[in-house]
Design a protein around this ligand. Structure first.
Ligand SMILES: CC(C)(COP(=O)(O)OP(=O)(O)OC[C@H]1O[C@@H](n2cnc3c(N)ncnc32)[C@H](O)[C@@H]1OP(=O)(O)O)[C@@H](O)C(=O)NCCC(=O)NCCS
Length: 184
């Protein structure tokens, strides 16, 4: 089997004493997890990841069916935290609403919060939505009594790494994720 290794950073934040309030960009609203929204979460995730590096690292992110399966799996995990799991929707005046971002949180076996992935669809980026989703999830972790939150990010994903650092995440470790190489 031919394997490719992707370098990933494990990053962590201590929530103690942090102000987790941030203004929402106008026109957007957030809904907490609800099983009836599984399809909407999957759709937002798929449209966010399908052309990104993480669709190579986690091929399920590059397919709508894979995103559906992933949301189903995350929501069935024993430590799943609905209060750290949000869907962002954009509702322009008089037009059809659009699901444009997601984040999911679980409590891991060490009692830390773990962000499964944060995603914003391409045309809604650079407006502060990723920041808002992260803050909203961090507030949910705090409400659940979680003091430290971790995530993993692919080392090539410079924009996401900048975002996490700006919020206060620091790198605690590098890990290598083996992925089976796909041949044309
Ligand atoms: C990473 C990701 C979630 C960031 O989402 P986003 O909504 O663009 O994030 P933000 O808007 O909060 O921040 C992004 C940039 O916009 C800037 N920004 C935020 N609000 C802004 C505003 N009102 N006006 C102008 N710029 C703004 C930020 O300063 C930041 O700048 P930088 O790239 O120079 O650091 C998004 O790029 C994405 O979904 N990528 C693909 C999926 C992915 O890789 N997810 C991470 C997996 S670990």
């Amino acid at each position: 089997m031919n394997l490719t290794y992707f370098k990933r950073y494990r990053m962590e934040i201590n929530l103690a004493g942090r102000d987790l309030f941030v203004e929402m960009p106008p026109g957007y609203w957030f809904r907490p997890w609800n099983p009836a929204l599984l399809e909407a979460f999957a759709e937002a995730k798929y449209h966010s990841f399908r052309n990104e590096i993480d669709a190579n690292v986690f091929p399920c992110l590059g397919e709508l069916a894979g995103c559906r399966r992933l949301m189903d799996e995350i929501s069935q995990k024993p430590g799943f935290l609905p209060q750290a799991t949000w869907l962002a929707t954009y509702t322009p005046a008089g037009r059809r609403h659009e699901h444009c971002g997601t984040i999911q949180g679980v409590r891991n076996r060490w009692g830390k919060g773990s962000i499964q992935n944060v995603a914003v669809t391409p045309r809604h980026r650079d407006a502060g939505l990723g920041t808002c989703l992260l803050f909203r999830a961090l507030q949910g972790f705090r409400t659940a009594g979680v003091a430290r939150v971790v995530l993993e990010v692919t080392s090539q994903n410079e924009g996401a790494i900048r975002l996490y650092r700006r919020l206060g995440f620091t790198t605690v470790k590098s890990v290598f994720k083996p992925v089976e190489a796909v041949h044309a």
